[in-house]
Ligand binder design. Structure first.
Ligand code: GTP
Ligand code: MG
Length: 198
């Protein structure tokens, strides 16, 4: 994927705030602090297009970006962090389910997992939602720079068993080394193209 331009379009909570563009879009979901915004920044070759933070739960809105004037990337608010205010937590589920159920532009969701952690209930719930709404999923395991090759293999097993998927479905990535960037783009392009031909 050659990136010619990336622009922030807008933030939204409710459907009437979603951008009314016809472009296909790919959304990024995962626990707070897992590295969603960092992944998007690496994909589009920008240091700080999407704000990253060492304070979990910074992204609380649905943020839409347009790439090459052709498709959208969507940064979703993370889940599962204890320090996020209760009011925010309560709104998160309905906000996500509404987006997944009515957003026709949505062609796939990248579910991001931390190589060092066993998936939690919320990760499984996210995967169940995507399956229930028939949204294609791409599983990206990030922060791979933090573990050895051995540990990576071990964790791949733990993660795939916990999610009930095959190890081959996992894409390994690091925002630090940028390892895995090309593969993630290839898979995203497949999701975008699946729509065009189907
Ligand atoms: P929220 O928006 O709060 O839900 O977080 P997020 O999922 O967008 O995570 P973000 O990209 O802001 O990254 C959280 C922290 O993890 C930051 O301090 C990043 O620098 C760090 N981080 C993200 N990806 C990687 C990675 O691949 N390797 C390493 N070593 N650190 C990473
Ligand atoms: Mg973020």
């Amino acid at each position: 994927m050659i990136i010619k331009s990336t622009e922030f379009i807008k933030s939204a909570v409710k459907p009437n705030q979603y951008p009314e563009t016809p472009f296909p879009e790919i959304a990024f979901a995962g626990r707070s602090n897992v590295g969603k915004s960092s992944l998007i920044n690496v994909l589009v070759n920008r240091k700080n297009l999407v704000r990253t933070s060492s304070t979990p739960g910074r992204t609380q809105l649905i943020n839409f970006f347009i790439v090459n004037g052709l498709f959208n990337l969507v940064d979703l608010p993370g889940y599962g962090f204890a320090k996020v205010p209760l009011s925010v937590k309560k709104d998160w589920g309905p906000m996500m389910e509404t987006y997944f159920s009515i957003r026709e532009n949505l062609k796939g969701v990248v579910l991001i997992l931390d190589i060092r952690r066993k998936p939690v209930d919320e990760d499984r719930k996210m995967l169940q939602w995507l399956r229930a709404y028939d949204i294609p999923q791409l599983l990206v395991v990030t922060k791979c720079d933090k573990v050895s090759k051995n540990e990576r293999a071990k964790q791949a097993e733990v993660i795939s068993v916990a999610l009930g998927v095959m190890k081959e479905e996992l894409c390994f990535f690091s925002a630090l080394s940028k390892d895995g960037r090309d593969l993630v783009w290839q898979r995203i392009e497949q999701l975008l193209q699946a729509e065009e031909s189907g």
